[in-house]
Ligand binder design. Structure first.
Ligand SMILES: Cc1ncc(COP(=O)(O)O)c(C=O)c1O
Length: 442
């Protein structure tokens, strides 16, 4: 299969020109995509739970472990190099998020750990009776930590529902929840089960006007679209590099004035400037090196496939931010094709219900993560059937507890198919064929 011509988008993609996305060249960057077992190629449709990594990530991590393996702040060669590497990783992530400064970047083990850490500090700002808004689209990582904080501080929690038919939020419903006591909101940027991309900028504007602090979970959005924290107008945003082609790392962005002034639980010996005051203990330097590698890969994609999107980069942004944004837009445009093929194929199978946006006119409002159910279907058996053909999908609640509870499907959950920009249309066709065969027989 060679280049794939893209059609015209809609929404923020209106007027984007047709480009060729050379899927073979993309796939060649990822060693894991070439693996086969007993002659059966591995088909990775499990990407919402974690993506494969390009060679740049592997090279960066190996190089870190070979040449830069020391703690920071010393006088000799390896420690000096390690200190510089960590600084470079913060600079790279500042460009990834389009942050104002590398001091706004905090690395951590993963999104969940960073979020629990932030509950300790943010909780000190709130009083009994203060209100928090959480959405029904959260992954549990952006749900339980805040509910525990609310219980500890005596806060009132309000849940923003989504429309169970359109799988989108109604901003009027958000307006109805906001009061003069609203102090905090935890918002999902793209659902890891439904795939919906939420209007975070509009939501943050409303919450900011009410004086609330906003914390954005961009874990599922970041692999599929450009992130611009300055444009979003949020206070915190977090993603996990292992979802966007990097290693197992969480990376948080926060407004510098908050990161510098919030109380922190830190060692006396550790520095009190951001990010040192947040990055407790010794961090994974090889993980941070891998993040640089993932960003270098994205820069390559942007330069190779993103020319037509460069003019959409944030005004005045660095070359690296422009490359990353161009890459994300090129990837998103290709992924719309994957979404269309997947949704169209699954919908044609008797009894399948897709839990997410299926309107082909609104594909720009979703990432290509497509979850489905069928009455009486044993989702684990379905996933096992696909695994027997070396096709990887997830089943169950996928940690999206608020979502499955809202839909009343916590027990059975759903089958989640999560292609990303390195998947081919042929892989999607194979998945659809296997699902159809299984459901006709069971
Ligand atoms: C939307 C979303 N938020 C949060 C998380 C938790 O991320 P981590 O595994 O980095 O803690 C995930 C993981 O799947 C997720 O999909």
């Amino acid at each position: 299969m060679g280049g794939v011509a893209l059609g015209w988008g809609e929404g923020w993609r209106v007027g984007w020109p047709v480009v060729t996305f050379d899927i073979d060249r993309i796939r060649a960057q990822f060693p894991a995509l070439a693996l086969a077992d007993d002659g059966q190629p591995r088909v990775y449709l499990d990407n919402p739970a974690g993506t494969q990594v390009p060679q740049q990530v592997i090279d960066r991590m190996v190089d870190c472990l070979v040449r830069t393996n020391a703690n920071m702040g010393g006088q000799f060669r390896t420690t000096i190099d390690a200190t510089e590497l960590v600084h470079q990783a913060h600079l790279a992530m500042a460009d990834f998020y389009h942050a104002n400064s590398e001091r706004e970047i905090v690395f951590g083990a993963n999104m969940t750990s960073l979020t629990f850490q932030m509950t300790r500090s943010l909780g000190t700002l709130f009083q009994p009776g203060d209100e928090m808004i959480i959405t029904a689209m959260e992954h549990d990582g952006n749900n339980t930590p805040w509910r525990l904080m609310a219980a500890e501080r005596g806060m009132v929690v309000k849940t923003l529902p989504f429309d169970p038919h359109t799988y989108e939020f109604d901003l009027a419903a958000l307006d109805a929840l906001i009061t003069e006591r609203t102090r905090f909101a935890a918002l999902n940027m793209a659902s890891n089960l439904l795939g919906t991309i939420n209007p975070i900028k509009e939501m943050c504007a409303r919450l900011r006007a009410a004086g609330a602090i906003t914390y954005i979970d961009a874990v599922q959005y970041a692999p599929h679209g450009p992130v611009d924290v300055q444009d979003l107008g949020c206070d915190f945003l977090v993603s996990s590099a292992y979802k966007w082609y990097g290693p197992h790392q969480g990376v948080l962005w926060g407004r510098e004035e908050l990161l510098q002034t919030l109380p922190v639980w830190k060692l006396e010996a550790a520095g009190n400037d951001s990010p040192n005051r947040w990055e407790t203990g010794t961090q994974s330097h090889e993980g941070q090196a891998g993040c640089i590698g993932a960003i270098e890969y994205l820069q390559w994609v942007g330069r190779e496939f993103g020319d037509d999107y460069r003019h959409l980069a944030p005004a005045g942004s660095s070359e690296r931010t422009a490359d990353i944004h161009a890459a994300m837009r090129a990837m998103a445009a290709y992924e719309e094709q994957l979404s269309e093929r997947l949704i169209t194929g699954l919908r044609a199978i008797d009894g399948v219900e897709i839990r997410g946006i299926t309107n082909l006119e609104r594909l720009s409002q979703r990432v290509p993560t497509v979850s489905f159910t069928r009455d009486g279907l044993d989702n684990a058996a379905m996933a096992k059937h696909l695994a027997a053909h070396n096709v990887y999908v997830w089943n169950g609640h996928n940690y999206a507890l608020p979502v499955v509870d809202f839909l009343g499907i916590r027990e059975q959950g759903a089958v989640r198919v999560g292609p990303t920009h390195y998947n081919s249309l042929d892989e999607v066709d194979l998945l659809v064929e296997l699902v159809g065969d299984y459901l006709r027989a069971n």
